[in-house]
Ligand binder design. Structure first.
Ligand code: 13P
Length: 340
């Protein structure tokens, strides 16, 4: 019981003060893909430099409670030899770790994916805990298409998320449970709402079945959005309303917090949507509702940095600015003036 109370306390710390989480857990392949787009060398040293830029951003802790690291990053050090994880801890930012081993095609289900990484997970969690991690993350993905997602894909990923969450809690780590319904496609916002609702119900069913302590998790869902190629795009109010309604229907009130992924939304739009949810619905929300963005926090900083040391301070200012804007959004007090 004491262990459960500790999980609850950590989850509350992650959600405290209407601050958010910073996802900096891109796998090597994903990080390299983003580097390539900016003409940055795809090497371990450049990834190290970039992550050093992020963790040493002055003032980041004013808006960020937790940072999600990747296996390579949790072991890396600054040029002066300090472990990144120690820098975060000293700033009061709680370190977390991505523990899934990415997605693979689901056999006999074209277009669908399952997430791997359960083999040896108990031992890896133990090792990350001893390095100082206090929470973990596992992402499952679901595509929307005419016949997708299928029930077997939803059930398998939901069970896997639940087994992962139970293993995390066994080790005293708060699991971030991330079922992501992807934006790709030409579906309507209503289709996204239906699928997201269905997926979240399956995930909470599985968490219940596996006796996961719901007070000791954080949910990391997508916002409810029309497909990126849909001819019917939605305004901010509609997105905020659909998203909050969907979450109210499917996420138990006892869950301490929900932290959105950004999923490829433009950075400012992600902030505006989060802000509108709070502006319109704050009094109705039973859980903390915040951000756990990667791209929507980092993209502008990466574009400024371009692998060049002389751009480091400007890149850090840009990262800090996005973190500050999203922190305001969690209070419903963000406005377009902040972008000037
Ligand atoms: P994005 O915010 O870029 O979607 O990344 C969040 C994340 O952690 C994906 O797993």
């Amino acid at each position: 019981m004491k262990a459960d109370q500790q999980l609850y306390a950590t989850a509350c710390q992650l959600m405290a003060g209407k601050k958010g989480l910073l996802a900096m857990d891109e796998s090597t392949a994903t990080c390299n893909k983003r580097f390539k787009a900016e003409g940055i060398p795809e090497t371990e040293e450049y990834r190290r430099k970039y992550r050093e830029l992020i963790v040493t951003t002055p003032g980041l802790e004013e808006h960020i409670n937790g940072a999600i690291l990747f296996d390579e990053t949790i072991k890396q050090r600054t040029a002066s030899g300090e472990l990144f994880i120690d820098i975060l801890i000293n700033k009061g930012i709680i370190p977390g770790i991505k523990v899934d081993e990415s997605t693979v095609p689901m056999a006999r289900f074209p277009g669908e994916k399952i997430t791997e990484g359960l083999d040896g997970l108990r031992e890896r969690l133990e090792a990350y805990k001893s390095m100082g991690a206090r929470f973990a993350k596992w992402r499952a993905v679901f595509s929307i298409a005419a016949t997708l997602p299928t029930t077997p894909c939803i059930k398998t990923n939901a069970s896997t998320l639940a087994i992962y969450a139970a293993l995390c809690q066994e080790q005293g780590l708060v699991p971030i449970v991330e079922p992501e319904v992807l934006m790709d496609g030409n579906h309507t916002i209503e289709q996204c709402a239906t699928v997201t609702n269905h997926v979240l119900h399956a995930v909470f069913d599985a968490l219940y079945l596996h006796q996961v302590y719901l007070e000791g998790i954080i949910l990391k869902p997508n916002m409810v959005l029309p497909g990126i190629d849909s001819s019917e795009q939605s305004n901010t109010e509609e997105i905020a309303t659909q998203t909050v309604n969907c979450l109210l229907k499917s996420v138990p009130a006892i869950v301490p917090g929900i932290a959105f992924l950004s999923g490829g939304q433009p950075s400012i739009e992600a902030t505006e949507r989060l802000n509108t949810m709070h502006r319109l619905f704050d009094s109705r929300l039973p859980w903390a509702l915040t951000f756990s963005f990667s791209r929507a926090l980092q993209q502008s900083a990466l574009e400024i940095w371009k692998g060049n040391d002389t751009n480091k301070v400007a890149a850090q200012q840009s990262l800090l600015h996005r973190a500050a804007c999203n922190h305001e959004a969690c209070k419903g007090t963000y406005n377009a003036e902040m972008e000037k």
